[in-house]
Design a protein around this ligand. Structure first.
Ligand SMILES: CC(C)(COP(=O)(O)OP(=O)(O)OC[C@H]1O[C@@H](n2cnc3c(N)ncnc32)[C@H](O)[C@@H]1OP(=O)(O)O)[C@@H](O)C(=O)NCCC(=O)NCCS
Length: 145
């Protein structure tokens, strides 16, 4: 995931597209800001199969200097709440095998490895291997939301 980008115009264009989708109810974006400074974000979306939301997924990033303060944890919890409100029972996402920090965070929050994904263009050295990690949201939690 690329968080600090050089091309701010491209970031703005992508963000505008993503926010438009959020208004349509397909995607939620939670952004943390401090005095105009972007601290981190999570974008969560439902994945539909044959028109029905089967599961949800998210992307998460916290700016380096803001890491280790519980902000990633709190954004994942916001995303889980977003998913529960839509009565979607399962969250799944990819995390790079070498991303020990993110892996530990997700494990602490109850996510387990569902499978391995080997990137197709591994030879380029640009993309590595990923775990698919997931978690069933408790039926009670879904019912109470
Ligand atoms: C992975 C990532 C999102 C974690 O975000 P974070 O805000 O640092 O996560 P948290 O602070 O919630 O948890 C991380 C650590 O802080 C500790 N922590 C949790 N709450 C805390 C609090 N209130 N005060 C201090 N530390 C706290 C946790 O114990 C955890 O310990 P660790 O250092 O052993 O990992 C962040 O490192 C990141 O953006 N990385 C780059 C992008 C990326 O990898 N995204 C995920 C792709 S799948």
């Amino acid at each position: 995931m690329i968080f600090d980008v050089r091309d701010r115009g491209e970031l703005l264009r992508r963000t505008t597209v993503e926010l438009s989708a959020a208004v349509a109810g397909e995607r939620g974006i939670f952004v943390l800001q401090r005095i105009g400074d972007l601290v981190g974000y999570i974008d969560v979306r439902s994945v539909c199969i044959e028109g029905a939301a089967e599961f949800a997924s998210f992307n998460l990033a916290i700016r380096t200097r803001w890491q280790g303060r519980g902000l990633g944890t709190s954004l994942v919890k916001s995303a889980e709440e977003w998913v529960r409100r839509r009565r979607i029972p399962f969250l799944i996402f990819h995390v790079a095998v070498r991303n020990d920090r993110a892996f530990a965070l997700y494990q602490r929050l109850g996510y387990t490895v569902c499978g391995d994904v080997v990137a197709a263009n591994k030879e380029s050295g640009v993309v590595g291997d990923y775990y698919a990690m997931g978690r069933m949201l408790d039926a009670d939690e879904v019912a109470l939301a």
